[in-house]
Design a protein around this ligand. Structure first.
Ligand code: ATR
Length: 278
């Protein structure tokens, strides 16, 4: 029986066991996917020991993604660019780390908008400069955009992101002060919120979407609530919207394939199952 895990601290709110459990059942596979709570001080030891405990691999979540990046034997190019690892597996005794948030975000965009959506997009405006923003920017860099602007409350973090990720892919990457969002909006055909603003219990993201061009796409990676105030405002303006739940579901696909050998489908049934748990 193949065993996988999700490791974090705390871990009880993770929806990943629901997703992988659904796929194990759907494909009739003998396997398990369990939650493991590991305190930061013990993470290094856990990482080295999981293969000997019989695990094929697993997911890594907050606060261990950077420690996983530092601790694995080998990293994929994507993980290298993002600076964080959320998926682990073992190959010939070597512990590998990947960052599947990158493909998770892009797969959901492509699914929601249809391939070729980039043709209408010159400039993407990414709000936030944390780990999620790095994954989003790394994904967008693989596409034929002209410009990616990264706006963050703490400008220095946007500058760091641009320094670390710049120079890969065709788009010019530039940091933007948070106060500059209003004037950048008219030139942005894709707007992505990666901050925690708009999440249940947090203040809403207050930007004036009336300044965004008609036909702009507005994506939010927040999925609790599913329709954030940003997405509601975008819909009210007739803009195309992309919610945050799809990224969560799609980022799980590469790990499941590596551990259990089946490429799982993100279906409406899976979406409904996870939605019911939100
Ligand atoms: P994640 O890994 O999910 O991206 P993170 O690294 O903690 O999480 O990043 C959170 C992001 O939300 C950051 O860009 C943060 O801005 P700062 O770098 O200035 O902290 C942003 N954020 C959180 N609260 C915010 C607020 N009240 N206003 C603006 N941005 C906020």
């Amino acid at each position: 029986m193949t065993k996988a895990f999700i490791v974090g601290h705390p871990i009880k709110h993770s929806r990943s066991p629901l997703i992988h459990g659904h796929w194990l059942k759907t494909y009739g596979l003998e396997g398990s996917y369990e939650r493991i709570d590991v305190e930061p001080v013990n993470f290094g030891e856990f990482l080295k020991a999981f293969p000997a405990r019989g695990f094929a691999g697993g997911n890594v979540t907050i606060p261990h993604k950077e420690a996983a990046f530092a601790g694995v034997d080998r990293r994929t190019a994507r993980a290298e660019r993002v600076g964080a690892v959320n998926t682990l597996w073992v190959e010939d005794g070597t512990i590998w780390g990947d960052n599947t948030d990158v493909v998770g975000f892009m797969a959901h965009l492509d699914r929601s908008l249809g391939t070729g959506w980039e043709q209408d997009v010159d400039t993407a405006l990414v709000l936030g400069a944390g780990g999620a923003a790095r994954a989003v920017v790394a994904g967008l860099q693989d596409r034929p955009l002209k410009r990616i602007l990264v706006a963050n409350r703490t400008l220095a973090k946007a500058e760091d992101l641009v320094r670390d990720l710049g120079g890969t892919g065709p788009a010019a990457l530039a940091p933007l002060a948070w106060e500059g969002i209003g004037s950048a909006l008219p030139g942005a055909q894709l707007i992505v919120n990666t901050t925690s603003l708009g999440m249940a219990g947090q203040p809403p993201l207050a930007i004036d979407l009336d300044r965004a061009p008609a036909g702009a796409i507005v994506a939010d990676i927040v999925y609790v609530p599913l329709e954030t105030s940003l997405l509601a405002a975008a819909s009210a303006r007739g803009l195309r919207t992309v919610d945050g739940l799809g990224m969560l579901l799609h980022q799980a696909v590469p790990g499941f394939r590596r551990w259990f050998g089946v490429t799982p489908e993100v279906t409406p049934a899976l979406r409904a199952l996870v939605l019911a748990d939100i």
